[in-house]
Design a protein around this ligand. Structure first.
Ligand code: NAD
Ligand code: DAU
Length: 374
């Protein structure tokens, strides 16, 4: 057990995919109704700071807002690069813990326009770290164990694997896309604040998440919705790239476990131990979606189109998560079959959410950048 206060937690990016699932989890509100996940035991306050980009949606937290808004849950619409807003929020809520999810997260967008990634992922992280350091008055001579800055990162910082091997916590960084380079940069700055200024930090690097509330630009929700709408299923290149998939609530339980019990200054890899070639995953997804949506799977398979590959497309990601399992006793709970079925059902039954997120900037962006691909 650590001496961390964990009373007034600043969650950044809490209206996005993983962040909103995290806040729902903390307050016992699973989007998929999977009760076994809802045991966070958290009894403090959460302040959610999100500037609501195309990927942020406060509707994801309507249950939490209704039950805890103004008492244990507070939403602040602010940009993490806005130093004065962040300083005000630290002071107003007496923040003792930061769990930093906010980021530009989509690789394809980073290829088309890296600037937002550099700003939010690097400058935004720097701003939060620096405000935290000053607000908590920490230094190498004045170290504290009652406060914590937890940084959420990705396995993409490690680069691309061949057919064998795994990323461990000591794998050298080798990012390839503007997104992963910006995340790698933020990881290094987080570590620098620990070593140089004594800021108490933990860091986690996770594999590909799936589950409810994921913006339908990412592979799984995009494919489910395209199937439902009778659109083509665009596979980049041959579809042989491999990703390691984890259900979002398994990731979030790991994050909370690290925040509670992780060793200050340490990083933890989080993985699904669940590798799939894109084309094989798509086949599985077609089978499940066709069943749930009453479609003919063979007809759906005919809509697969192999499109131009993503530039610098990383071949394989696979995480060795032995450290968090051994040191913190974390285990994955969701099977891929069950998690994927829950996810398919969720997307097929949340028309209103989908229409809303697709009505704005996302559609404009897809039309201007990817119209020829679909
Ligand atoms: P997301 O794109 O769904 O959500 C990001 C959220 O951050 C949105 O609500 C957005 O409005 C907010 N945001 C963006 N810029 C901001 C800014 N300048 N100020 C305040 N808020 C801002 O992302 P996600 O998939 O939920 O990812 C969350 C975190 O997890 C990211 O740090 C990402 O790098 C990391 N991660 C994601 C995955 C994955 O599979 N999605 C895997 C590993 C790690
Ligand atoms: O590994 C963790 C990372 O996973 C996170 O850090 C990122 O934030 C998250 O976006 C995700 O990155 P990926 O690039 O792996 O996810 P994406 O869903 O975009 O793509 C998954 C794989 O599917 C990848 O190999 C590209 C391929 N793909 C993707 C799309 C959107 C296609 O073949 N067709 C598509 O239309």
């Amino acid at each position: 057990m650590s001496d961390r206060k964990l009373k007034n937690i600043l969650v950044t990016g809490g209206c996005g995919f993983i962040g909103s699932n995290f806040i729902n989890y903390m307050f016992g509100q699973s989007a998929t109704g999977s009760r076994e996940f809802m045991d966070s035991g958290f009894d403090g306050r959460i302040v959610n700071v999100d500037c609501l980009t195309y990927a942020g949606n406060p509707d994801n937290l309507s249950g939490v807002q209704k039950a805890f808004g103004g008492t244990r849950y507070f939403f602040e619409k602010a940009d993490i690069c806005d130093r004065s807003a962040i300083e005000r929020i630290f002071k107003q809520y007496d923040i003792d813990t930061v769990i930093h999810f906010a980021a530009e997260s989509h690789v394809d967008r980073s290829i088309l326009g890296p600037e937002a990634f550099i700003k939010t992922n690097i400058m935004g992280t720097y701003t939060l770290l620096d405000v935290a350091r000053k607000f908590w008055n920490v230094s190498l001579d004045n170290q504290r164990d009652d406060v914590l800055f937890h940084h959420i990162s990705t396995d993409e910082v490690y680069g691309s694997l061949g057919e064998t091997g795994y990323f461990t916590e000591t794998t050298p960084y080798d990012p390839r896309s503007p997104y992963s380079a910006s995340k790698a940069s933020s990881d290094h700055i987080v570590m620098a604040y620990y070593h140089t200024y004594g800021l108490p930090i933990t860091l986690s690097n996770c594999t590909n998440n799936y589950g409810p509330y994921q913006f339908p630009e990412k592979l799984i929700p995009l494919m489910i919705l395209n199937m439902q709408e009778g659109k083509n299923l665009p596979v980049y290149g041959e579809g042989k790239n491999i990703r390691d998939w984890i259900y979002v609530e398994d990731h979030n339980r790991a994050v909370w476990q690290i925040v509670k019990d992780g060793i200050t200054g340490q990083k933890y890899n989080i993985g699904g131990e669940n590798e799939w070639q894109n084309i094989k995953l798509l086949d599985k997804l077609i089978e499940l979606t066709a069943k749930e949506a009453g479609l003919n799977a063979d007809d759906v398979r005919k809509t697969i189109v192999h499109v131009k590959d993503r530039p610098g497309h990383d071949a394989r990601y696979a995480i060795d998560c032995a450290k968090i399992k051994k040191e913190l006793g974390w285990e994955r709970k969701m099977t891929f079959e069950e998690g994927l079925t829950l996810t398919v059902k969720w997307y097929l039954s949340h028309k209103e959410w989908i229409e809303r997120v697709q009505s704005g900037e996302y559609l404009k962006w897809i039309d201007s950048n990817y119209a020829g691909r679909k």
